[in-house]
Design a protein around this ligand. Structure first.
Ligand code: FES
Length: 176
């Protein structure tokens, strides 16, 4: 898989990335730094962005793809507006975290690491939030929820979605 010419939309995100790349051309081994910046700008690293980086840095696309898939902080898929982070650390595992994650996968229709079709939620897991006394624990964005079971966890997500819907409806009303 080699870098080749691709159509690159002429928009501010690409221009910002191009400026960053140009400013870092002299830096040795800029690939990871450039990919970090690209992910910050785009939210994730779709193939089109990887093509762009490969072409701009004159490295094979296979190398860019290899780096992106090797490090788990790089994302190939878009992230949802809200991150559901279920703890699978020992304390939470013992108290049924796996059962909760299965229920959440079913509820959201995605596997761990996936994003719902409406890009509202991304489902993720972690290895301890330091709140083991509350196990099993889930973090929804920056909020910690403890002593959960599958039903409670699902309800938390449904409630947040309902609040978002209400807020959107109120905004539409105000605009009229
Ligand atoms: S193991 Fe889940 S919070 Fe520590």
């Amino acid at each position: 898989m080699e870098a080749q010419a691709v159509h690159v939309p002429d928009n501010e995100q690409y221009r910002e990335l191009k400026r960053f790349i140009d400013a870092n051309r002299g830096v040795p081994g800029p690939l990871i730094q450039v990919l970090h910046r690209a992910q910050k700008i785009f939210g994730y690293l779709p193939l089109e962005v990887q093509h762009f980086v490969a072409r701009e840095l004159s490295v094979p696309l296979s190398k860019v793809f290899g780096v992106v898939t090797f490090y788990n902080f790089f994302r190939l898929d878009p992230i949802g507006d809200h991150i559901v982070n279920m703890c699978l650390g020992t304390a939470c595992h013992v108290k049924g975290a796996s059962e909760i994650i299965r229920a959440l996968e079913k509820e959201l229709g995605v596997k761990v690491g996936g994003t719902t079709a409406d890009r509202f939620y991304t489902l993720s897991t972690a290895r301890c939030f330091g709140a083991c006394g509350l196990a099993p624990v889930l973090m929804l964005d920056d909020e910690v929820y403890g002593r959960l079971n599958p039903q409670k966890a699902i309800q938390i997500l449904r409630d947040m979605k309902a609040r978002a819907r209400e807020a959107a409806a109120a905004e539409t009303k105000e605009e009229k």
